[in-house]
Design a binder for this molecule. Structure first.
Ligand SMILES: C[S@@+](CC[C@H](N)C(=O)[O-])C[C@H]1O[C@@H](n2cnc3c(N)ncnc32)[C@H](O)[C@@H]1O
Length: 213
């Protein structure tokens, strides 16, 4: 690791200080979804390191005619960066002000829904996707079965050959009531779901649906 990497990491961490200082005032419970998420709105908070690495991966591949589902839209940075390169982006969040912020951006091929990813309602999303991005797949899972069901639903929402994308940092992040995920947990899905596990790079991980279809 070079001095430049250390300086970049420090610079990135410093951007979170205002957010951490104001966290107690900003904490609001998700209003209508029943989700247990407790970190408040991410509308004005810097992107997490794990999402940034997923974005870097997206910037290296062709997204032409691709449909993307972004789980946990936060500040809508993914849509702002990639909407012009793909067919459409749908997003979900449990924070109402992240939805209204997304609407105010006025991006024509971007829609955000107030939805709990662990609930049945995600199957009502209006599209099938080539990519599903979720940098915190287990962080707020009420229990392991809910997380397993969520992955099965993600596969229902993916086109054949579609890809679920996550990152090891976000996989490990978990709140007191949830649990971390490891590479082995993703690999284990190969025995339960029609997916192939792929190590995309040092930290980005993927599950490809029906890879030979
Ligand atoms: C910590 S913020 C991260 C935002 C952004 N993905 C990033 O990494 O910078 C967590 C995001 O996940 C969303 N979220 C949390 N629990 C959720 C759930 N059960 N279903 C859908 N979205 C959820 C929140 O509303 C918020 O948008």
């Amino acid at each position: 690791m070079t001095l430049r990497h250390v300086a970049d990491g420090l610079h990135y961490a410093l951007r979170f200080i205002p957010y951490l200082l104001t966290l107690p005032m900003r904490k609001t419970q998700p209003a209508s979804c029943g989700a247990v998420y407790d970190l408040g709105s991410w509308r004005n908070v810097p992107v997490t390191f794990d999402q940034m690495r997923i974005e870097r991966h997206l910037s290296e591949i062709s997204l032409k005619d691709r449909r993307i589902l972004h789980v946990g839209v936060g500040s809508s940075r993914v849509a702002a960066q990639f909407h012009a390169r793909c067919q459409l982006i749908d997003g979900i969040t449990v924070m109402e002000d992240e939805v209204s912020h997304a609407e105010r951006l006025g991006i024509p091929n971007y829609r955000v829904y107030l939805m709990d990813k662990y609930g049945d309602s995600i199957l009502g999303l209006p599209n099938k996707y080539h990519y599903i991005l979720d940098n915190n797949p287990s962080s707020y899972a009420p229990h392991r079965d809910a997380m397993q069901t969520m992955f099965a639903r993600y596969m229902d929402l993916l086109e054949d050959g579609g890809v679920f994308v996550t990152d090891t940092l976000g996989m490990q992040h978990h709140r007191p009531f949830a649990f971390p995920m490891h590479d082995e947990d993703l690999m284990a899905f190969e025995h339960k779901l029609p997916v192939k596990y792929v190590k995309v790079n040092r930290t980005v991980r993927a599950l490809i649906k029906n890879v030979n279809a």
